[in-house]
Design a protein around this ligand. Structure first.
Ligand code: GLN
Length: 538
């Protein structure tokens, strides 16, 4: 296909309607028809990237292969499509302004007054087309963050208007996602908020081609026709998006509603007759028909907000389906643990995962959790900070280094078992000093090597501190083995206790690479270990 087609997804009425899932589901259907599809997210906030955002603000920060710290929607895109994303797939207002201001400083605007229109909108249009111009995709779906009518969204909507005009009717299309509220007292679904938000979009010169309507109740023919008439779209372009049990049901729901058909017809896309969702549906079947259940404790400090550990939760869904086991996650706040009642907190768990994180808050609870799992033989999985906590726990309680700590928590500790490496020490700027993105790791021995079934792996990182190699020999002699090493830097990537049934800590984030099509082997093995642990306990 010579020219890529561009699909824009905007949102109206309220936020949190699930634009990311709709975009990912449409992409899945088009991909299943043989098209090469990618998705991009434009975020209207001023942060250059979400890396510096507290997870409470914006949920998890998702990391791509090329080390971009991005919006968690990119995680959905990868999990649905099984295709990698990159920095180009997530653009923020901060990044747009940063590059325009840098150009201005270099004198590239030749003395012109630099303005939102055309300079900011030109930069947005350029960013939207980077992926399309690579030649790698037939369709680029661009999700515009925020809600239509927000001040911050205006330059994006204007860019969509200009680009749709420039690309021409068959090459660009706008999907508007809205909410159809149900008024219980009146017993009715209401279309007015949707009419208003479509109108707001039109005030900016953008006509929605397709309406995707989030609703708790079925939309009747009458309501569909009314929406079509007042919002100026074809009746078949009114797509119902009813609440479902799992986000993984949405592609099938969109297929039933004919979302992909409407897109194909409008853009004259040449594709296969029906999408091949065989593997997807096999996964769904296993996910919905588990043969047993395990309870895994997720010990972290951002547990109040589900989105903070999004990729970990989704990885458990993939791994659960693979094992035909339902994984019940019990979120345990590491700050609120009563150290005298650990049995109450952990005694019933079949597996314990100590989560990634930053800063001192809640770390003693995490260390107590590691100790409990280690001593009771409960399958233990430590990710990033969780792995570092396992090293600290072992150093304190097995090696007897009572003061052992990470310099992140105590810069003056006499035993900095987790530390900054020499070349990092003089870097003070918080944004952009971390080890990010894909790095190689050589698996030397142990359970980890069996789990992956190979010696050289590559996994994504997002951390500043490292296992301190000065303690490696002592820890190994005492039973905590370093079984995965970065071949270039010698940095420790994996630790495990061979004496324990399943005790693995990884400095990297396996959760970013688990997808529906390729569940992550570490999560699959951990869930299997939890199931075995549960069986043997009875
Ligand atoms: N705070 C730790 C570090 O920077 C771990 C980070 C994480 O868990 N992602 O090294």
């Amino acid at each position: 296909m010579a020219h890529p087609k561009y699909i824009f997804v905007t949102g109206g009425v309220t936020s949190s309607l699930g634009k990311g899932i709709i975009a990912a589901s449409l992409a899945k259907l088009l991909q299943a028809r043989g098209l090469r599809v990618t998705i991009q997210k434009l975020d209207p906030y001023i942060n250059v990237d979400p890396g510096t955002l507290n997870p409470y603000e914006h949920g998890e920060c998702y990391v791509t292969e090329d080390g971009a710290e991005t919006d968690l929607d990119l995680g959905h895109y990868e999990r649905f499509l099984n295709v990698n994303t990159s920095q180009a797939n997530n653009v923020t207002t901060g990044r747009i302004y940063q590059s325009v201001i840098e150009k201005e400083r270099r004198g590239e605007f030749l003395g012109k007054t630099v303005q939102v229109i055309p300079h900011i909108t030109d930069e947005i249009k350029h960013r939207i087309q980077i992926l399309g111009k690579s030649g790698d995709y037939d369709v680029v779906i661009t999700e515009i963050g925020g809600t239509v009518g927000d001040i911050e969204s205006l330059p994006y909507i204007e860019s969509v208007r200009q680009l749709s005009w420039e690309l021409g009717e068959r090459n660009a299309l706008v999907i508007h996602l809205t909410l159809i509220p149900y008024l219980r007292a009146a017993g009715e679904l209401k279309t007015k908020p949707t009419q208003h938000s479509v109108k707001t979009l039109m005030e900016s010169g953008v006509q929605a081609d397709i309406l995707v309507c989030r609703t708790e109740h079925e939309l009747s023919e009458d309501i569909r026709l009314k929406l079509a008439r007042f919002c100026n779209v074809k009746p078949e372009a009114v797509i119902q998006s009813i609440d479902v049990e799992t986000i993984y049901d949405v592609p099938n729901k969109m297929l039933e509603e004919g979302l992909d058909q409407v897109v194909i017809k409008k853009m004259l896309l040449r594709t296969g007759d029906t999408p091949d969702l065989t593997n997807w549906n096999k996964f769904l079947h296993r996910h919905k028909n588990p043969k047993s259940e395990v309870t895994i404790g997720l010990i972290g400090k951002y547990v109040e907000l589900q989105d903070s550990y999004k990729s970990i939760l989704e990885s458990f869904i993939h791994a659960g389906a693979e094992n035909e086991v339902s994984v019940k996650i019990e979120s345990i706040h590491s700050e609120h643990l009563e150290v005298s009642k650990l049995k109450k907190h952990f005694g019933h768990l079949d597996g314990m995962l100590v989560a990634p994180g930053f800063g001192e808050r809640g770390i003693e609870g995490k260390i107590a959790a590691v100790k409990y799992a280690r001593e009771k033989g409960i399958p233990f999985f430590g990710i990033c900070l969780g792995m570092q906590m396992a090293v600290i726990e072992y150093s304190r309680n097995v090696l007897g280094l009572k003061d052992a700590n990470s310099v992140e928590m105590d810069s003056k500790t006499s035993d900095p078992v987790i530390s900054l490496m020499e070349d990092q020490k003089d870097i003070l700027d918080m944004g952009g000093t971390m080890r990010l993105g894909a790095w190689d790791c050589e698996l030397k021995s142990g359970l980890i090597k069996k789990i992956y079934g190979k010696s050289l792996i590559s996994e994504r990182h997002r951390h500043r501190y490292e296992f301190n190699n000065a303690y490696k020999d002592q820890l190994e002699a005492a039973g905590l083995k370093s079984t995965g090493i970065n071949p270039k830097s010698g940095l420790v990537e994996v630790i495990e206790i061979p004496e324990h049934p399943w005790f693995i800590g990884v400095q990297y984030h396996p959760e970013y690479k688990s997808t529906v099509a390729t569940p992550h082997p570490l999560f699959v093995s951990f869930v299997a270990a939890a199931a075995t642990f549960k069986k043997n306990r009875k």
